[in-house]
Design a protein around this ligand. Structure first.
Ligand code: ADQ
Length: 544
């Protein structure tokens, strides 16, 4: 299969349906001028603000969206609306940035109910294929609605101050925001990007507020995902769960009862490859590499780097290492496995349970396989690392184990191949087929992490690969990532939002003109065709 390509809907029209309010012919002139995607201000709305306290005061957070948007924040006006994380005294901006930072403060109850509750104990597991059981609490949902309203209010104020801005809403924490913005600003270009997977419709259907969540996201002009399968699942959820409110699906376009069209696209996120190449060549990284090379001399180093999250397959990875050492006694002193785990969400009980499980497995494996007088086979760091140290681990690792049970994209995989290539390395990468990255990094060694015995055989196979085969694979993957870096992703997203806003808005105006020119009273929303689809099950089948 070829790597997935970004797919922007062509904006084809949906079937004709009645509209709530026929438009006047003069409304054609009211189709607003769309912002220029390459120049216009951007109002980003994301759960967290992209800054953190550093040694010399406030600084941009490393990694992720903050890095991706850094060039945009430097060159264009605009704003970033996000939770202050409980920090006080945040600056209104940072030197060198034109973007204003608009902090949202949350109460203790909101942090518990909106953030730890609905976002991380309801939506996170639900959208990750319900791999842990999602919890549904009405109080959490109410808090999620309240906090989304607060974010939307701050974003609306920012948009009023920023003529011609693009609104760009991020992730599952803020699914209701696009609709809240749309209700107040019908012509506003709005994009929504989901950073995590979207499950099959029958899984998503479990959430009692499924229609509100879908309609919330559909306030955007374009809803984007990392991978085609998530986009497809979302479109199928709209088709089966929103038919009874008059929403129709036409290919990859969702048509709302007022004829507004929402595009859905696949836009895999990436990393700032230049920054990782710079890190690979940094003197601090080189010093760390020298130390690590000494530490693991004579052994192949296997590496895992993840947030400590139950989606990342850390336990399955440990069980595979255990199976390998069980089967291949000769490898017990020749292989070391290092797991770096960033502490994550320890206010959620499933995460505390996971940490205990991971640490229990590591203790058992080391107890079983450590040879007297030798180093332990499994090393474990439970902390966040400075970027140079992380880059050094990527550089010295002979094998990267990226084995999530499910993962929207997985940036670690892209970081590893980039650093390896920059250091002329020949490491190998085992990559779960249940990551978004697996659609792009086709030269990785694929694995099914649910099959721990099979995973251990993949590791054994990778250990036996020739250096030239490994180097060829790393080179191919690094080149792909360099050609599809995060700056390309940002530019593409902003262009997609303005293009979809133009197409969707025009289609709505055209439909309303047609309705206005036809005799007879306006019909109510919800066409007969859609009513006849009422009662469909989430998988598209009819109820009996
Ligand atoms: P995450 O689930 O956090 O992101 P991932 O994409 O792997 O997953 O990003 C993790 C980031 O944290 C990487 O940039 C990595 O370098 C960094 N990191 C990991 N361990 C670290 C450590 N010990 N110290 C410092 N940094 C560390 C969510 C989705 C993903 C999606 C991203 C982006 O779950 O599927 O790829 O958003 O959309």
């Amino acid at each position: 299969m070829l790597p997935q390509r970004d797919q922007t809907d062509s904006g084809s029209r949906g079937p004709e349906v009645a509209v709530p309010r026929p438009a006047m012919a003069s409304e054609r002139e009211r189709v607003p001028e769309m912002p220029d995607a390459d120049k216009s201000p951007v109002v980003a709305i994301a759960n967290r603000l992209p800054i953190r306290p550093g040694d010399g005061g406030w600084e941009l957070s490393p990694g992720g969206l903050a890095t991706a948007l850094r060039p945009v924040m430097r060159t264009r006006s605009g704003a970033w609306v996000g939770w202050d994380g409980g920090s006080k005294g945040m600056p209104a901006t940072l030197p060198g940035l034109r973007t204003r930072l608009l902090p949202i403060s949350l109460s203790v109850a909101q942090v518990r109910q909106y953030y730890h509750g609905f976002a991380n104990a309801t939506l996170w597991p639900l959208l990750h294929d319900a791999i842990e059981k999602p919890r549904f609490e009405r109080g959490w949902w109410r808090s999620y609605q309240d906090v989304n309203s607060a974010f939307a209010g701050a974003a609306l104020a920012a948009l009023s101050d920023c003529q011609g801005a693009i609104a760009w809403v991020h992730d599952y924490h803020l699914a209701l925001v696009p609709r809240l913005l749309r209700e107040r600003r019908p012509d506003q270009p709005i994009g929504f990007f989901l950073h995590i997977p979207w499950p099959a419709p029958e899984i998503f259907a479990r959430v009692p507020w499924r229609q509100e969540i879908l309609l919330g996201m559909l306030g955007a002009d374009v809803v984007s995902f990392h991978a085609e399968r998530y986009r497809d699942n979302f479109v199928r959820a709209c088709a089966s769960l929103l038919a009874d409110v008059g929403v129709q699906v036409n290919g990859s376009t969702i048509v709302l009862p007022d004829q507004r069209q929402v595009s859905t696209t696949t836009a895999p996120i990436s990393i700032d490859t230049a920054e990782y190449r710079r890190l690979a060549a940094d003197p601090e990284t080189a010093a760390q590499i020298a130390g690590l090379t000494d530490q693991f001399r004579g052994r192949s180093l296997l590496l895992g780097v993840d947030r400590l999250d139950y989606t990342k397959g850390i336990v399955e990875r440990l069980l595979a290492v255990e199976a390998l050492l069980e089967r291949r006694q000769d490898l017990r002193t020749k292989v070391a496995f290092l797991q770096v785990a960033v502490p994550s969400r320890d206010n959620v009980v499933e995460y505390r349970t996971l940490r205990a499980a991971v640490e229990g497995h590591i203790g058992r494996i080391n107890g079983k396989f450590t040879e007297p007088g030798s180093d332990v086979p499994v090393h474990y760091l439970h902390r966040s690392l400075p970027p140079e140290q992380l880059a050094a681990y990527y550089a010295v690792a002979d094998m990267m184990l990226v084995t999530p049970l499910i993962d929207g994209m997985n940036l670690v995989a892209k970081e590893y191949v980039t650093v390896q290539h920059a250091r002329h390395g020949s490491g190998s990468m085992i990559l779960s087929e249940f990551t978004g990255a697996s659609s792009e990094l086709r030269e990785a060694i694929p694995c099914n992490p649910f099959d721990t015995e099979g995973l251990s055989l993949r590791v054994e196979h990778a250990l036996a690969l020739s250096q030239s085969a490994r180097r060829a694979a790393i080179t191919a993957m690094a080149r792909y990532v360099a050609a599809h870096d995060v700056h390309r992703w940002v530019a593409r997203q902003l262009r997609d939002i303005t293009a979809a806003a133009r197409t969707g808005g025009r289609a709505r105006m055209d439909r309303q003109l047609v309705a206005a020119s036809q005799p007879g009273p306006a019909r109510s929303p919800g066409p007969p065709a859609s009513r006849s689809r009422q009662g469909r099950r989430p998988d598209g089948a009819r109820r009996h």
